[in-house]
Design a protein around this ligand. Structure first.
Ligand code: NAP
Length: 282
């Protein structure tokens, strides 16, 4: 079994990005920049945004951090996004989800122009992905594809099974695998025989949000297993959707949690930002 080491790969990517950001700055007289909006004080969101801002520093990307109180009216957030959308010095806009309940996330995300939508959640970018065209792909699924590629694992002709169909992970993940010529099965809470579906996977992606949900009897011998989950076990310790200890000896490759997909998500946000900056300046 080989560990898919997202932490090491993301460090490599960040140093490549730092070099490219330096070239960008030398050419255009400014660094690529990312505006990060955090509304309210959800503790997990605070950690995620902190990691993203730290990642920007390491990759030579200027981060503009906007912290708004949890009761900020929709109109105020809308106006801020519009101002950032029209600001030539801003290459990427990220609104940290989830938002407080009184805010209409879909409406707000629509205000981010597709070329600055570095999370890839807008209908234009999701549509481009669905049509197999160039756009900005969501960071977590893109991170999974990059991790596979760095370990020279091709999806071409393989049977890939994705558990989960959320708009942020499962759905774009399935589309990226399809665009990479895998035969894709998408499973969800209505799937009749989940174990049977999973056992056919050459590449199994778990994005369920349930601790240690994927057990050894659901995994084919020699499969590649990617665990997107960020869950807490019964003792409150961070774990994934895969029962790592019991699955690891059966597979050819597997991601750990932490240190697998998580760091790749941040690396792809930075990559999306730099690419957005390069495209805009071109
Ligand atoms: P989500 O929106 O809650 O979606 C979960 C998906 O799992 C849904 O499609 C759901 O099906 C499916 N599901 C739930 N129970 C199931 C069951 N018993 N059998 C089969 N499918 C089932 O979650 P998400 O946002 O996609 O996130 C999934 C996990 O990834 C979470 O642990 C999250 O924390 C983690 N995550 C990690 C990163 C990272 O950077 N590592 C980034 C984002 C998310 P239905 O659609 O039928 O309800």
């Amino acid at each position: 079994m080989t560990l898919l080491d997202g932490k090491a790969v993301s460090a490599e990517i960040r140093s490549e990005l730092a070099r490219r950001s330096g070239e960008f700055a030398a050419r255009y007289g400014r660094r690529p920049s990312l505006a990060v909006l955090l509304i309210g004080n959800d503790p997990a969101s605070e950690i995620y945004t902190r990691n993203k801002i730290k990642g920007c520093e390491e990759a030579g990307i200027r981060s503009l951090s906007y912290r708004l109180p949890g009761d900020t009216p929709q109109q105020d957030v809308l106006e801020l996004i519009r101002a950032l959308a029209g600001d030539d010095g801003v290459d990427g806009i990220l609104v940290q989800l989830p938002l407080p309940a009184h805010l209409d996330a879909a409406r707000l995300l629509c205000e981010i122009p597709p070329e600055k939508d570095v999370d890839g959640f807008s209908s234009q970018n999701m549509g481009a992905l669905a049509l197999g065209k160039e756009g900005i792909a969501a960071c977590t699924p893109r991170g999974v594809m990059e991790l596979l590629s760095r370990y020279k694992i091709s999806a071409d002709g393989k049977h890939a099974v994705v558990i989960g169909r959320s708009n942020t992970v499962g759905r774009p993940m399935a589309l990226l695998l399809l665009n990479a010529n895998a035969t894709v099965t998408v499973c969800h809470s209505h799937t009749r025989d989940l174990k049977e579906e999973c056992l056919r996977a050459d590449i199994l992606i778990a994005a369920v949000g349930k601790p240690k949900f994927v057990t050894a009897d659901m995994v084919k011998e020699g499969a590649v297993v990617v665990d997107v989950g960020m869950d807490r076990d019964e003792r409150g310790k961070l774990c994934g959707d895969v029962d790592f200890e019991n699955v690891k000896d059966k597979v050819s490759y597997i991601t750990p949690v932490p240190g697998g997909v998580g760091p790749m998500t941040v690396a792809m946000l930075l990559e999306n930002t730099l690419q957005a900056a390069e495209r805009r300046m071109r």
